[in-house]
Design a protein. Structure first.
Lengths: 178, 89
């Protein structure tokens, strides 16, 4: 099965080479800087604190769980706290003590929120409104900044949600292009 | 010279990072982190005027280092702080 996946992926890469050429990652690190990772819980705790004080925060995103909208090592996001959050918002939430995720709200039932990463095929998280620390207001890519309320982006997010039954296959193709 | 308004030193796990809280947006994608001795000096002069010599003296008190090395290191560190906009005369 793995061999088959590798073969299909390699074929896809070959076919999609022109697209990959224009899609190179850039992680925006200058020669005088070093890439440095801080542990999630402590770092995002500090970020949450500043969001609660009324600041906005720009952070790199770690992990692949928000593909294809946010790519690890390439994109940053700007976070702001808000008075209310809605389905479709990508939010920073503390789902357990010290455990943070940056995932999208897919369902709200009263005070209970269901979250799922755009790049996740299975697995959702639950929390309450009070656990949400802030939402993504800007998707900062190497070549452009996309505002969260951009109509085109919102349409794509809704489309991505509707394509959930075939998300696994779309992600497979996406990984080949990336 | 003095540390500029709007910067605070925070410890995140074992890292000493400088958070710029003076403006609405805080850019956490590029943080300045201080090593142990730099953080010690920062905390010692956080809210007052200081000179390079005073910092060097603090270093000599806390660490085993000769006065000249301490002063050279402090001057280099303060120069980079100034370049980063953390400190002004």
């Amino acid at each position: 099965m793995n061999a088959l996946k590798t073969i299909v992926r390699s074929l896809l890469r070959l076919l999609l080479t022109p697209f990959r050429f224009f899609n190179k990652h850039r992680n925006g690190i200058a020669p005088s800087e070093v890439r440095h990772e801080l542990p999630n819980d402590a770092f995002l705790g500090l970020v949450s604190e500043k969001l609660a004080e009324g600041h906005t925060a720009v952070i790199w995103v770690k992990g692949y769980s928000m593909r294809p909208f946010i790519e690890f090592g390439r994109d940053k996001v700007k976070l702001s706290s808000a008075t209310s959050y809605h389905v479709g918002d990508a939010v920073l939430a503390e789902i357990a003590k010290g455990h943070y995720v940056l995932h999208r709200i897919i369902k709200i039932e009263g005070d209970r929120i269901t979250l799922q990463g755009d790049g996740n095929v299975r697995g959702v998280e639950h929390c309450t409104m009070a656990d949400v620390r802030g939402m993504v207001t800007e998707y900062i890519r190497p070549n452009r900044i996309l505002l969260a309320d951009d109509e085109g982006l919102k349409r794509n997010i809704r489309l991505w949600r509707r394509l959930y039954p075939i998300r696994r296959y779309l992600l497979f193709i996406y990984k080949a292009v990336i | 010279m003095k540390i500029n308004e709007g910067f605070e030193l925070r410890t995140v796990c074992d890292e000493n990072v400088i958070v710029a809280y003076g403006r609405k947006n805080i850019d956490f994608s590029k943080v300045i982190s201080l090593n142990e001795s730099a953080a010690y000096l920062w905390n010692a002069v956080a809210d007052k005027d200081f000179t390079c010599q005073e910092l060097a003296d603090l270093l000599c008190k806390e660490y085993e280092v000769d006065a000249q090395t301490a002063l050279n290191d402090v001057k280099q560190m303060v120069a980079s702080w100034k370049e980063l906009g953390l400190v002004s005369d």
